[in-house]
Design a protein around this ligand. Structure first.
Ligand SMILES: C[S@@+](CC[C@H](N)C(=O)[O-])C[C@H]1O[C@@H](n2cnc3c(N)ncnc32)[C@H](O)[C@@H]1O
Length: 202
């Protein structure tokens, strides 16, 4: 049971962009502005690369990597991006390899979001950017998405934004969120001095 993402690549490539509200795109563009030239950006649970495309439209110099377990989604990724078949809970990247991680409409599909958040913190450079677009299971459209995905047999591991931000702070992130009608964006940075960074060899 669950959504057969492997079979849905064509639909996501065509319509995926429209599932985001207009107000999310300027928040993404603003978050990407501060990245260094040629920054390495991971679109995690990136599917057909909806966020990767938007990032490249804003900053053509960025080096996008799209990681997702569904080959049928990755097949439709933009050709400028590197694609990697992987699960968020066990990322095949070195510590601090990424300058930014983007996660759009994907965190609630992961089997183990806490493990995925730990992996995100591990692969991010200290000071790195984390941008998440998600649904609030307690508000507006988020409530419908939550129940719809439960009926479809998805993990449906949704977090209200304040709870997700608390989890991120415990991993060394600082940031804030913007919410409208049950959809929210978190923009956060991994603090330079974190338990992960301290544990890394110099
Ligand atoms: C609703 S789609 C969103 C795709 C893309 N981010 C977008 O905005 O169109 C959710 C994606 O999460 C992926 N996914 C599911 N479980 C995953 C996991 N454990 N690790 C990484 N990605 C996963 C699915 O294969 C799917 O491509």
């Amino acid at each position: 049971m669950g959504i057969p993402f492997d079979l849905l690549g064509r639909a996501f490539a065509r319509w995926g962009h429209r599932t985001y509200p207009d107000w999310a795109w300027p928040l993404l563009a603003r978050a990407l502005e501060g990245l260094p030239p040629g920054a390495r950006v991971l679109d995690l649970g990136g599917g057909t690369g909806v966020l990767a495309r938007a990032a490249l439209d804003t900053r053509a110099d960025l080096k996008l990597v799209i990681a997702d377990p569904a080959r049928g989604m990755l097949r439709h990724a933009p050709e400028q991006a590197e694609v990697v078949v992987a699960r968020a809970e066990a990322l095949p990247f070195a510590d601090a390899e990424m300058d930014a991680v983007l996660v759009g409409e994907a965190l609630h599909h992961f089997q183990d979001p806490p493990a995925a958040l730990g992996e995100i913190a591990r692969v991010l450079e200290p000071g790195g950017l984390l941008w998440i677009y998600e649904f609030d299971p307690q508000q507006g459209v988020g409530r419908w998405v939550y129940w719809g995905e439960r009926l479809l047999g998805e993990p449906a591991r949704f977090f209200p934004p304040a709870a997700l931000l608390r989890a991120l702070r415990s991993l060394g992130f600082e940031g804030d969120y913007r919410e409208r009608r049950g959809c929210y964006v978190i923009t956060a940075r991994l603090r330079s001095e974190t338990p992960q960074a301290a544990a890394r060899p110099a």
